[in-house]
Design a protein around this ligand. Structure first.
Ligand SMILES: Cc1cc2nc3c(=O)[nH]c(=O)nc-3n(C[C@H](O)[C@H](O)[C@H](O)COP(=O)(O)OP(=O)(O)OC[C@H]3O[C@@H](n4cnc5c(N)ncnc54)[C@H](O)[C@@H]3O)c2cc1C
Length: 415
């Protein structure tokens, strides 16, 4: 009798698992069913990489694993067995999509189309997988195998891959059902919160960000919570109407406490990260001495974009001042606002706009060499359902790929 395999959730991880089961199957006698609640799989996948799909990151595995925070050790065997080069090879030789490398080792399909990626994956599995769409899974029960209750009826499987995603961008279908199913089956789930998310500023700091909306800077970014530096990073920051976004902000967002109401939580921006505080102040002092007839905003615009110079001078109470009238206090204030620009946060990252979910099924309860649950034999858990979130740059899809590979390989080799 054929082994019946159920894939619960047809997002990136579920689609990749169906692909790997087909690719590795050989003479294996299996019947694969993928159940997806949307009318078509991969609704989140088509949004990835701003519609271009950053499929992986071509770093050496020892460096790549550093992008997964505390999950680095857990993911290592998966990345080692199926790493970026394997992903590239599958895309080029398996689904026929040539890839290209961009800045910071990010890999995209040459066609720059996430929709094409999704369509090629769906087409690749069309002869090997029964895809049941518009079917909401309501319940997964462990019997001899598994009974899966859906809005389109009951299914029975010998093994199940749980890939219903996390909770971020819920309009794409990932509404946290993975966590409910896993908990009902006996797993521990770390509370979900947003990661890789933009950050909303509060009150006057929101108005400040709005006045610079659209301006991008390279900045040192530090997160402070209740007087303690919680994290720091350097990179691109984009001012927006609501607050701050851009790569460095998105990456630091996972460290913002889950509930910041009544707490003193802020981002400190260093707009001239290439200079130490003393160096910057000395440089400014020299310029003030040499250019007495020049406005302070003009001098500052040698370090930051003109619009930022104007807003920083205003924040420092030095708007319209010329170098010649500049006091020591004026100078200290301008230096503070340039090198330690405080943006108070209004709330923790919003799960609705976060790119990934921090939290999920405890990694202690999943075998990192197979992705099989240590609690429920025959249950495999992959993708954002797990307590893994990677940095941006293709890390999250690569994790899905590597985990899907291990789960598929193990399913095919098990009795
Ligand atoms: C805007 C955006 C851009 C991104 N860009 C990138 C990028 O360029 N590179 C990168 O590496 N990562 C990127 N990511 C992250 C990446 O998309 C996710 O990490 C990845 O999609 C997670 O895959 P998953 O299969 O675990 O979950 P999902 O892709 O969320 O898939 C879960 C699937 O399960 C289905 N489902 C849920 N509950 C049920 C149920 N009860 N019954 C049936 N089906 C159900 C959902 O409808 C969904 O299709 C991006 C994320 C976002 C939001």
């Amino acid at each position: 009798m054929k082994k019946r395999i159920g894939i619960i959730g047809g997002g990136a991880a579920g689609l990749f698992a169906a692909c790997q089961l087909k690719r590795l199957k050989g003479a294996g006698d299996i019947e694969v069913t993928l159940i997806e609640k949307n009318s078509i799989p991969g609704k989140k996948l088509i949004l990835t990489g701003h519609g271009r799909c950053n499929i992986t990151n071509r770093k050496e595995v020892n460096r790549l694993k550093e992008g997964y925070h505390d999950a680095d050790k857990f993911l290592y065997p998966a990345l080692k067995e199926f790493g970026p080069e394997d992903t590239v090879s599958f895309f080029e030789n398996g689904i026929g999509l040539k890839v290209k490398e961009e800045e910071n080792n990010r890999i995209f399909p040459v066609c720059d189309s996430a929709v094409t990626v999704r369509d090629r994956l769906v087409s690749y599995i069309s002869d090997s997988t029964k895809t049941v769409c518009d079917a909401v899974v309501k319940d997964i029960r462990k019997t001899n195998g598994f009974e899966v209750d859906t809005s389109k009826g009951k299914f029975t499987f010998d093994q199940v891959i749980l890939s219903c995603g996390g909770m971020s961008f819920p309009k794409t279908g990932s509404t946290g059902d993975s966590y409910r199913f896993a908990e009902e089956l006996g797993h521990t789930v770390a509370p979900a919160r947003g990661a890789l998310a933009p950050l909303k500023a509060e009150g006057k700091d929101k108005s400040f960000c709005k006045s610079l909306s659209g301006v991008t800077v390279n900045a040192g970014v530090s997160l402070f919570s209740e007087g303690r530096k919680a994290a720091s990073k350097e990179g691109g920051v984009l001012f927006a109407d609501f607050g701050l976004t851009g790569p460095a902000i998105m990456e630091i967002s996972r460290e913002v406490p889950k509930d910041i109401r009544g707490k003193d939580v802020y981002i400190e921006l260093d707009l001239v990260p290439s200079m130490k505080d003393e160096e910057f102040e000395k440089e400014l002092l020299d310029l003030i001495g040499k250019h007495a007839d020049t406005k302070i905003t003009t001098l500052l615009s040698g370090f930051v974009p003109q619009s930022a110079a104007t807003e920083i001078a205003a924040r420092a109470g030095a708007e319209g001042l010329y170098a010649q009238g500049f006091t020591k206090e004026n100078r200290k204030n301008v230096c503070r606002e340039t090198k330690h620009l405080r943006i108070c946060l209004a709330e923790a990252p919003d799960i609705n706009t976060a790119y990934v979910t921090r939290g999920g099924v405890s990694l202690k309860e999943v075998d990192r060499k197979t992705m099989e649950s240590k609690i429920v034999p025959g249950l495999y858990i992959i993708g954002e359902a797990l307590d893994i979130d990677g940095i941006s740059g293709g890390y999250n899809l690569q994790a899905c790929m590597s985990e899907a590979y291990l789960a598929s390989k193990n399913i095919l080799s098990s009795d």
